[in-house]
Design a protein around this ligand. Structure first.
Ligand code: NAD
Length: 485
């Protein structure tokens, strides 16, 4: 496919690419250069009304489209994403600031995996039956809900956008989807791909705009019966307050403040390499990154020295360069937020072991939003730095003496998304995994993902789970039918 990315992006409604009804646009900035390089529709409730109208028209046919047909369209979308990997990866990097090699090896491949996974998943999705001896039999229908809303964030733009859209479509729903206004381009291109793959008009509608005007219009629309949201806990709270009195189905994937718990008996080299990745991948802007590193006291000094050394050697640079391990933060606003968090850490008495400053990259990227990977020690579990999500290349180190203390520190958070445990003692790994308050636990690894597993957090990290059957159950309405003999 030949992708032309216009300066003014358009909404994808009813199979057509159209501008916002208000005529207003929002600037789109390349965070590596600081330059405005496009504009996106500043859509509002009128655009959402138009999208709902298109979805309403498409739903009767899509909801009864045979599974094999749905499979082949979604699978075709996956193929087209793969075929256009280079163009999509470049668009993602220009929009987000992440290294191009990362977009090519993680973000875009995962977007096609999402479609392929749910294309095949729906072919195997079975429902339950409950026999009542000789009295009756119950069977459960799982029918598409109707029109559903999918709202996603900027950190893994196409990856998380498709993680919601693919199961929603596979289950027979029509979708109103909104990508982050900070990273809109690959979502725009997905509209082109869906059209080329033969997805019927109105089945997927992609509307661009800001959270308060466009996102909230999706949440408030009475015909949109379920909302799948990934983003901040603050926005999740707002969405829940609107959706709950309307009795909408809600899936909320929110923030995290994840612990990495490192025991002295770990596989040192594997732990070190992985902890660098789990701390700083995507400039620390992954909800699953471990931002609170808890280290057993007997290895604390050794860990600190080697971790600092390896952190200092991470090259921060132009995301288009192969050698850049770290790219730019996503926006000026987010750059300011992370720099303020580093300032707060200092005020709280934290010692900056390495990093702590903005990074100037000469040349093309001299006005970009780069921050040195930063390691902080000397702060306890109750300070702001260890309580609030920073979502940048910033981690703290704390030491513990016993397993109990490690657990106390790990659970000293209002969040509960993910945790990493490093130990060679299998009994301890199981004990600690059972007691850490997180929806996702990795033992001796990080970000190893099987798309069949339940994905999501507890506490303020969200409600509900995505992935595998969980996603297909979320996007369907169960109906029990009881037949008496
Ligand atoms: P955000 O909450 O600001 O925005 C996320 C999306 O919601 C955007 O599309 C935005 O326009 C929209 N939005 C904002 N306010 C809204 C409202 N009132 N109504 C409807 N829509 C609204 O989050 P962000 O800054 O884009 O992303 C970073 C956050 O996302 C971090 O907190 C991170 O932890 C979280 N996150 C969580 C997961 C997870 O799986 N749990 C994954 C990735 C990111």
């Amino acid at each position: 496919m030949q992708f032309d990315i216009p300066f003014h992006l358009e909404n994808f409604i009813g199979g057509n690419f159209i501008g916002p009804l208000s005529g207003n646009f929002i600037d789109n900035v390349n965070p590596a250069t600081g330059a405005v390089y496009g504009q996106i529709p500043d859509s509002n409730s009128k655009d959402i009304d138009a999208a709902v109208k298109a979805a309403r028209k498409a739903f009767p046919e899509w909801s009864v489209t045979p599974l094999e047909k749905r499979f082949s369209i979604l699978n075709k979308i996956a193929e087209l994403i793969d075929e256009n990997l280079d163009a999509l990866a470049l668009a993602e990097t220009n929009d987000n600031g992440k290294p191009l090699w990362l977009s090519k090896t993680v973000d875009i491949p995962r977007a096609s995996s999402n479609f392929r996974f749910f294309a095949t998943g729906i072919m195997h999705f079975a429902t339950e039956s409950h026999a009542m001896e000789d009295k009756a039999i119950n069977y459960t229908l799982r029918q598409p809900i109707g029109i559903v809303g999918c709202i996603s964030p900027w950190n893994l733009p196409l990856y998380l956008f498709t993680w919601k859209i693919a199961p929603a479509l596979a289950a027979g729903n029509c979708v109103i989807a909104k990508p982050s206004e900070v990273t809109p381009v690959t979502a725009f291109l997905l509209g082109k791909i869906c059209k080329a793959a033969g997805l019927p008009d109105g089945v997927l509608n992609i509307v661009h705009g800001a959270g308060p005007h466009c996102g909230e219009a999706i949440v408030k629309h009475p015909e949109i019966k379920a909302i799948s949201f990934t983003g901040s806990t603050r926005a999740g709270e707002r969405i829940a307050s609107i959706a709950a009195p309307m009795f909408k189905k809600l899936s909320l994937e929110l923030g995290g403040k994840n612990p990495a718990i490192i025991f002295a008996d770990c596989d040192w080299e594997k732990m070190m390499k992985t902890t660098i990745r789990s701390s700083f991948s995507n400039q620390g802007q992954i909800c699953l990154c471990g931002s609170r590193i808890l280290v057993e006291e007997s290895i604390y000094e050794k860990f600190k020295q080697e971790f600092m050394e390896r952190t200092r050697s991470l090259t921060v640079g132009d995301p288009l360069e192969e050698t850049s391990k770290q790219g730019a933060l996503v926006s000026h606003m987010h750059f300011d937020k992370v720099m303020n968090c580093i300032h707060t850490a200092k005020e709280e008495g934290g010692r900056i072991l390495c990093g702590g400053n903005a990074k100037k990259i000469p040349g093309r990227c001299e006005n970009g939003y780069f921050i040195e990977p930063t390691v902080i020690e000397g702060l306890g579990p109750n300070c702001k730095t260890n309580r609030e999500e920073i979502f940048g290349p910033v981690v703290t180190l704390q030491s513990f003496k016993t397993e109990e203390e490690a657990l106390q520190l790990a659970n000293a958070s209002s969040y509960g998304l993910a945790a990493t445990i490093w130990t060679q003692d299998i009994s301890r790994a199981n004990r600690v995994a059972a007691q850490v308050q997180s929806g996702i636990i990795w033992v001796n690894c990080w970000l190893v993902r099987d798309l069949r597993t339940p994905f999501g957090g507890m506490k303020n990290s969200g409600v509900g789970r995505e992935g595998g059957w969980e996603a297909l159950r979320f996007f369907t309405e169960p109906k029990n039918v009881c037949i008496q003999f």
